[in-house]
Write a protein that binds this ligand. Structure first.
Ligand code: APR
Length: 232
């Protein structure tokens, strides 16, 4: 059975990473639209770099939760039949044990050089304009996909959605495209679709089945069900 899992900010909420659109809709006091755009970076590069530097540093204070760990357990059994795509820029899937994670919106622990366009693992700050390890130019930016930019890995993602038997969306509001459209695309190509989210999302009506509750509870239960079905 081929399974595509899409995750969003909700899967990391119980680890203490704030979501984007819950509560007052602010992310650490900033509207996401004010920092996550190329225009914001052009007009206020220091503010944007400091914002992502702080997010990157905060990863040191959070841990993967039961939902991340459960998905790693599923990968152990399904191997390449599981395609895990996340909108999250944190590294909690990897630290939970997943080894094949597609970060469609980029990664906090990565820097992108605007001069040579290469990507580098990055763990420190960018606001101080360090030179690119590849070309030496001081044009490193956060390797995150901003509004108006094209997400990573789209060809591979669409290919996997087309041949999936099951599409599962976890902890995402369904407010941001193209990810919000994956459920309809997968369903059109005959996948069964399941949503696991704290509350009904903007896309709930598109799913065959929707379960409401915290990811840390729902995801391990769903993984147990899957493993009972696929293991002899
Ligand atoms: N368990 C499951 N779901 C949860 C939990 C939880 N513990 N806590 C919150 N949620 C749900 C919320 O109900 C909401 O539907 O997670 C969803 C989070 O939605 P958003 O904050 O909009 O996050 P996401 O869908 O990942 O945002 C998509 O928007 O700005 C961007 O690039 C950013 O990747 C992000 C994209």
């Amino acid at each position: 059975m081929r399974v595509v899992v899409l995750t969003g900010a909700g899967i990391s909420a119980e680890s203490g990473v704030p979501t984007f659109r819950d509560a007052d809709g602010l992310w650490e006091g900033h509207r996401v639209e004010d920092v996550a755009t190329p225009e914001a970076y052009e007009s206020q590069p220091t503010m944007v770099q400091e914002f992502y530097d702080a997010r990157r540093a905060s990863l040191a204070h959070v841990e993967p939760n039961a939902a991340h760990v459960a998905l790693a357990r599923l990968e152990d059994v399904l191997g390449d039949d599981l395609f895990l795509v996340t909108q999250n820029i944190d590294d909690l899937h990897e630290r939970g044990g997943s080894t094949r994670v597609h970060h469609m919106h980029g990664e906090l622990r990565s820097a992108l050089c605007r001069a040579c366009e290469r990507r580098f693992p990055w763990d420190r700050t960018l606001v101080d304009l360090p030179p690119c390890p590849g070309c030496g130019v001081t044009e490193l930016r956060p390797d995150v996909v901003w509004f108006g930019e094209i997400p990573y890995d789209m060809d591979a993602i669409m290919h996997e959605l087309k041949r999936a038997d099951l599409f599962v969306s976890i902890g995402t509001s369904g407010a941001v495209y193209p990810a919000a459209g994956f459920v309809q695309y997968a369903a059109r190509h005959r996948a069964r679709t399941l949503e696991l989210n704290l509350q009904p999302s903007e896309g709930t009506s598109f799913f065959h089945e929707s379960r409401q509750g915290p990811a840390g509870t729902l995801v391990p239960l769903w993984v147990d069900e899957m493993l009972a079905r696929v293991t002899p």
